[in-house]
Each structure stands twice: as structure tokens, then as C-alpha cells.
Design a binder for this molecule. Structure first.
Ligand SMILES: Cc1cc2nc3c(=O)[nH]c(=O)nc-3n(C[C@H](O)[C@H](O)[C@H](O)COP(=O)(O)OP(=O)(O)OC[C@H]3O[C@@H](n4cnc5c(N)ncnc54)[C@H](O)[C@@H]3O)c2cc1C
Length: 452
């Protein structure tokens, strides 16, 4: 736990010796449990802690940040649109401080970029994760890394969570719950329906290649050799060098190289394991092949992400669903909690490219409270890419700045539900907005965001 000793350590009753099926019972009642310390969950937990909420953060990995850090997609976007900042708050604070601490430079946000990704901010993974740890500590969040939920039960006054810790099952209690697992794991366990996306976008293994000069390569010869290797079954058709058969693109992205993994179910342990195995074995095949090509004799894999990045699995069936039409029309929802800004960005399921559709000038989509609340839920919210949305809208809403903003909003909504002792769908939104603004988030309003 990273909660300070002064704040009191968690007390867990000792289970009977040898009884590993009966969870040890913790006696405290947390105000909030957050499942997943990823892009959204880390921000939600910091926000809750800063609001004085007794918060439990549960994460299967050993550091915060999720896709941003562990899957090495360390270029969060997008916080600015049409020359103005549209997402700020705790996510922006961490991103900004990471860049400042590393002596880096922000893109010029006053200029409207030719390509959307030019406004993404590159963050150093180690510093981002470490700053997040520091803020979790300061906010006195109780962090349980290396832990996953085994069962979640809704009770009269909240939730009973049976967690699988390193040493066995332990039970915790929380008044409210935020599912920030990306895959709506907690919502599913608590009995709320999820919508499986079919087809799904490919996953990606991020890596970094060094030891060659791209400009010195004979690209035509490389293409020929690649096609021959595929024909000879040395490389198989599922070896997706980012975009199918695009060996040039794979090598050109120096330092940001990646492979696509198609047809996997990133929500389950079995599907995730298949992705990890297939992508790394595939990379090895490609590496062996490339090392034999002129100019690539010294090729090295300098970095390979510890975990594959997953773009799409399921979404919740929410109190409100954001459709592609809502997104591209820039619908301002009555109870909007944040803006979102990204093109529709569907990586084609078979790995053959991306369907990217930029938003029309001045379009600013928003996220309603109901997209974070499973239908019928009183005290459970989601934040991150599993928010209620159709495939088209989700391809844009899933990105990191939006996930962070949703995490912050979900924490404030959860706290307000406790304060007012009402379901989250009926809390006073003016109180929510006021708290969000106090914590530097940008609340959508008619006419767009003001100056920040
Ligand atoms: C390859 C790739 C490229 C992308 N490119 C961009 C980009 O350029 N810009 C951009 O902004 N976005 C990009 N995205 C999208 C964005 O990164 C993700 O959609 C976003 O980070 C999702 O945030 P999240 O909080 O929902 O999930 P995550 O950040 O994945 O967090 C989920 C957390 O929950 C944990 N978890 C999961 N299951 C359990 C469990 N059962 N128990 C405990 N913990 C659990 C995970 O370990 C993780 O820490 C990309 C995504 C991918 C995969």
C-alpha cells in the first residue's frame, strides 16, 4: 500500500490456516475502489484522494499508467482543439509536469496541425509513472499492485470486492466503484451487461529498433525479399509489420516501430496471452529475416513493451450511448462532463490500414455523465475506453486525454453520490462542475471552453 503509515495501514483479518478459498476480510469501508491504475484509473484515484476520499486502487501490473506506460503508447492526445485547450485537469497536470521535468518541449498548440497526431504530447514513461506514484502517495491512495478482482458483489451500502492478491483472496468493501480496467471487467463482474465489439481493431506490440540507417536501405530490394519470405512461409501472413506487408513503414518509424496483432480478444486472460505470444514470436521471425538483409546486419531490438496495447474489446451499455453521429456533430450533452477531441480512427480489423476521418472545423464533441454509468447502476461508474459508445465514436473517445478527463469526472461524480446519498445519475451537476473546475478540469459549455 502506498498510503502513508500516519494515515493508518489497512487491517486484514488472518484467514484460518490452510483455508485458501475463504477470503481474508478487511474491515474498513472505502469511499471508492478503482479497478485499473491505467490512463483513466490513475487520474480517478488521484482526484478522489485529493477530495479526501478513502480510496483503494487495484492494478494487475506493477506500475500506474496502463496503456500510456506499460503498453508504451506514451503520446497522450489530444488536449487542444482549434487553437484552444479543451481538456486539462489532473491528466494534463501530469503530462505537463513530465515534459517540464524532462526538459522537453510542447507542440505549438496555437497552430492547427496538418495531422492530428502533431498535437499529441510525448511523455517519458518512467517519469510519467513515477510522478503518478508520487501523486498517489500524496493523495493517500491505498494502492494494491499485482492484484485483480476475483468477484464483485453489489451490497446494500456499496460493493464487496474479493481480490486475488499475491498471497490469496482478500475481501474489501467500498461505497462506490470505478471500473477503469479498459475492458469493463468490474462492471461485468457486478452483473452489468457489456457489448462485445465485433469486429475489433487490432492490438499492437510497441517496440524500438536501432542499429540501421533508414536512408541507406535499398527499399525495393527489401520489399522483394519480404514478399519472397512470405511466399516461402518464412514469414507468415499474420506477421503484421504495423500495416500488413508494409516493411518500409515498419522500419521508417525509427524508435516507434510496432506490429499489429489481429483477431484477438484482449479482454480475457486467454486472448491476452495469445496476443503476447503471437506478437513476440512474430517479431522474432521478422527480426531474423531483417538481420539477413543488406544494411540491417546490426539491427537491434532496443525496447519491447512488457504488454501489448489493446485498442478495443467491449463497452458498457450505459445510461447514455455516444454514437458516431453525436461525435462528429460535436453534440453538447446537457450533463456533459468533459470534451473529447480526436478523428474517428478505426484501425481496420485485418491490419490493412486506418480509417481516419478528421472532425469538421470547430467541432467539439462532449461526453455525457450517462456514458460513464452502466444502465441501472447507482454507484458504479466506468472511465476509459469502455465508456458507452458505438464503434465509430469509441474509436475517437478511447484516446488518452479523453480517458483521463473521464477518470477525473467519474471520481467527482462518485464522491457527489456519497455526499448527497443519491444514485450517481441524479447528483447535482452544478456541484460536480464546481468541483471539477476547482481541480482545474474544463467543463463543456455552450460557445466552447473559455480561456485557460
Ligand atoms: C497501439 C495503440 C495506439 C494508440 N495510440 C494512441 C495515441 O496515439 N494517442 C492517444 O491518446 N491514444 C492512443 N491509443 C488509445 C489509448 O492509449 C487507450 O485507449 C487508453 O490509454 C485507454 O485508457 P484506459 O484507462 O481505458 O485503459 P488502460 O490505460 O489500458 O488502463 C487499464 C488498466 O487496468 C488494468 N487492468 C485491466 N484489467 C484488470 C484487472 N482484471 N484487474 C486489475 N487491473 C486490471 C490494466 O493493467 C491497466 O493498467 C492507442 C492505443 C493503442 C493500443
Amino acid at each position: 500500500m502506498c498510503r502513508s503509515a500516519a494515515a493508518g495501514a489497512l487491517t486484514v483479518a488472518t484467514a484460518a490456516r490452510g483455508d485458501t478459498t475463504r477470503p481474508k476480510e478487511a474491515h474498513e469501508m472505502f469511499d471508492l475502489a478503482v479497478i485499473g491504475a491505467g490512463t483513466a484509473g490513475t487520474i480517478a484515484a488521484i482526484q478522489a484522494g485529493r477530495l479526501g476520499q478513502r480510496t483503494l486502487l487495484v492494478e494487475k501490473n506493477g506500475m500506474p499508467g496502463g496503456t500510456t506506460t506499460v503498453a508504451a503508447v506514451n503520446f497522450p492526445g489530444i488536449f487542444h482543439a482549434w487553437g484552444r485547450q479543451v481538456i486539462a485537469g489532473i491528466g494534463w497536470e501530469l503530462v505537463w509536469r513530465t515534459v517540464a521535468l524532462c526538459g522537453g518541449q510542447m507542440p505549438d498548440f496555437t497552430r492547427i496541425p496538418e495531422r492530428h497526431w502533431q498535437h499529441q504530447v510525448r511523455v517519458n514513461r518512467a517519469i510519467y509513472a513515477s510522478l503518478a506514484c508520487e501523486e498517489l502517495e500524496k493523495a493517500e491512495v491505498n494502492v494494491l499492485f499485482h492484484t485483480m478482482p476475483a468477484a464483485i458483489e453489489e451490497t446494500d451500502n456499496g460493493f464487496r470486492l474479493t481480490l486475488c492478491t499475491k498471497t490469496g483472496l482478500e475481501a474489501f468493501h467500498a461505497r462506490t466503484l470505478i471500473d477503469a480496467s479498459g475492458d469493463a471487467i468490474a462492471a461485468g463482474m457486478a452483473g452489468y451487461p457489456v457489448i462485445e465489439h465485433d469486429p475489433r481493431q487490432p492490438g499492437t506490440l510497441m517496440l524500438s529498433l536501432t542499429g540501421y540507417e533508414y536512408t541507406g536501405l535499398d527499399l525495393d530490394a527489401l520489399d522483394r525479399a519480404y514478399r519472397e519470405a512470405v511466399a516461402a512461409d518464412e514469414l507468415n501472413d499474420r506477421d503484421q509489420v504495423f500495416v500488413r506487408n508494409n516493411i518500409r513503414g515498419f522500419l521508417h518509424a525509427r524508435g516507434d516501430n510496432c506490429t499489429h496483432i489481429t483477431d484477438i480478444d484482449g479482454r480475457t486472460s486467454a486472448g491476452r496471452s495469445e496476443a503476447e505470444l503471437r506478437s513476440r514470436v512474430s517479431l522474432l521471425r521478422v527480426y531474423r529475416f531483417l538481420r539477413r538483409q543488406p544494411g540491417l546486419e546490426n539491427l537491434q531490438i532496443a525496447f519491447m513493451a512488457p504488454e501489448c496495447g489493446i485498442r478495443e474489446t467491449v463497452t458498457i451499455q450505459g445510461e447514455a450511448e455516444i454514437t458516431g453521429e453525436d461525435y462528429v456533430s460535436g453534440r453538447l450533452w446537457e450533463d456533459a462532463v468533459c470534451y473529447s477531441f480526436y478523428p474517428i480512427d478505426l484501425h481496420l480489423p485485418a491490419g490493412g490500414g486506418i480509417d481516419t476521418r478528421p472532425l469538421a472545423p470547430d467541432t467539439l464533441p462532449t461526453v455525457p455523465r450517462g456514458a460513464l454509468v452502466p444502465k441501472g447502476s447507482k454507484r458504479l461508474l466506468v472511465a476509459g475506453r469502455c465508456l458507452s459508445s458505438d464503434r465509430e465514436a469509441n474509436s475517437a473517445l478511447r484516446v488518452q486525454a479523453t480517458s483521463m478527463a473521464c477518470g477525473q469526472a467519474a471520481a467527482v461524480l462518485a464522491m457527489q453520490a456519497i455526499r448527497e446519498n443519491v444514485p450517481v445519475m441524479t447528483v447535482n451537476m452544478e456541484a460536480v462542475y464546481s468541483l471539477l473546475r476547482e481541480h482545474k478540469a474544463i467543463v463543456p459549455q455552450a460557445g466552447g471552453p473559455g480561456e485557460t
